[in-house]
Design a binder for this molecule. Structure first.
Ligand SMILES: *Cc1c(COP(=O)(O)O)cnc(C)c1O
Length: 403
């Protein structure tokens, strides 16, 4: 049943659009996934077995990269990438403030300094011109984020990096399955990170991966993931020890994924294209519904790339509403729509404030943050769920719209 926009808001005591909460994101696990995991649990290897390489090879093949190194989560993968890039104390790394904190934290893990470049007002992706203006002799790397699933301006960013010999680590946690100028995201930057957290496109529970075409970076990533330990005879300092012998060459971590997770990942990967297709359909439906609404700005897409739609964000024209984002957000939650906000600009977090980052360094991201809401978006959503979201947004925005 279509809810009329003049019915009473749930937050004011009216009936909610839905009786149960629709989350903003959720995994889709089927019987085949469960069977694969059970088989692995019955196999000799729960970790460091054959499922890891199988999963890594499938991801590398899917994105068109030569190598892939899996990690216990996407954040660990970013840490690995910063290590492999050789980041250290005093190095500067440019990233966007409109992202999850991990995109910047990975720089801090290595002792580097984060430099926030503001975003484009239409795509909300990092602005290549801002990157250029922030380059210094200390700049060592750039971490663009494919925000919401739409690839950043990778050609221009790669060109800047080549001129200055910088390393580019693409945070593609949102963009597995996305395309940039006809190529899948995953082989464009020096290293590309994907996350397999349950709200991302495919899941391993927790998990992450770095894809790369560089054999040198590949070796460094492998070393870092497993304590910095090597058994490679070519690399060992003492070459005549027995087979038991290994050496630790770097201060690495145990950031390994288990075979249980990798098996789930391989099974999930087979469904990725269908998942992305469904995400695109849902996004299209939202855009068609909301472009008619003059108080809502729908996501802008550049024509030479295809988003894989991790998030669908609507921006409110706050001067056309009688309420702020908080009221609209609270009202939508009361309608049982699991809306969210992505993201608090990273430099607003107390940890970064403490380091000296101030409000005003990224005015476009800061202004955007005041007026955005992420709508539920996951492949298992039913058409009726999509309609509930549309009805609830129209109902709430209709109420708060200025005459
Ligand atoms: C999810 C996410 C990460 C981190 O991934 P985890 O697997 O949760 O550690 C990093 N960057 C962005 C933009 C993300 O959305």
């Amino acid at each position: 049943m279509v809810q009329t926009s003049n019915s009473q808001l749930a937050i004011l005591g009216g009936q909610s659009v839905r009786s149960t909460l629709l989350p903003y994101g959720r995994q889709w696990i089927d019987e085949a996934d469960i069977e694969t995991v059970i088989q692995t649990l019955k196999s000799p290897f729960l970790t460091q077995g054959p499922k890891i390489k199988e999963f890594e090879d499938s991801v590398a093949q899917y994105v068109g990269a030569k190598y892939a190194v899996s990690f216990s989560n996407g954040t660990a993968a970013l840490h690995g990438a910063c290590f492999a890039a050789g980041l250290g104390v005093g190095d500067e790394v440019i990233t966007t403030p409109m992202t999850f904190a991990a995109s910047a934290n990975c720089v801090r893990y290595c002792g580097g300094d984060v430099v926030f470049a503001d975003i484009e007002p239409d795509t909300y992706n990092i602005d290549k011109y801002k990157i250029k203006s922030l380059l210094t002799p200390k700049t060592k790397a750039i971490i663009p984020v494919d925000f919401t699933g739409q690839p950043a301006d990778m050609d221009e960013i790669m060109e800047l990096a080549r001129e200055r010999k910088l390393v580019v680590i693409e945070d593609a946690a949102h963009s597995l399955g996305a395309e940039y100028k006809g190529r899948k995201v995953g082989s464009i930057a020096d290293m590309t990170m994907f996350s397999f957290h349950p709200v991302k496109h495919v899941t391993t529970g927790e998990g992450g991966i770095i894809t790369t075409n560089s054999p040198d970076l590949y070796e460094k990533l492998l070393l870092f993931r497993s304590h910095g330990i090597t058994r490679d005879k070519d690399l060992l300092e003492l070459k005549n020890e027995g087979d038991w012998y290994y050496e630790m060459h770097e201060l690495g971590f145990n950031y390994r994924m288990t075979d249980i997770q990798a098996a789930l990942g391989s099974s999930q990967l087979g469904k990725l294209d269908d998942f992305v297709k469904r995400r695109m359909e849902i996004a299209k439906h939202y855009t068609e519904a909301f472009t008619k609404n003059s108080t809502i700005i729908t996501p802008f897409q550049k024509p030479d790339r295809e988003s894989s739609w991790h998030l669908y964000i609507i921006q409110f024209k706050l001067n056309e509403l009688t309420a702020g984002r908080k009221e609209v957000f609270d009202a939508l939650r009361k309608e049982n729509i699991g809306v969210n906000v992505h993201y608090l600009p990273v430099h607003y977090h107390p940890y970064y404030k403490e380091l000296g980052y101030e409000k005003g360094i990224a005015p476009i991201a800061e202004a955007l943050y005041e007026g955005i809401i992420s709508l539920p978006l996951f492949p298992a959503m039913l058409d009726s769920d999509i309609q509930d979201v549309v009805n609830a947004v129209e109902k709430v925005v209709g109420y708060y719209r200025k005459s």
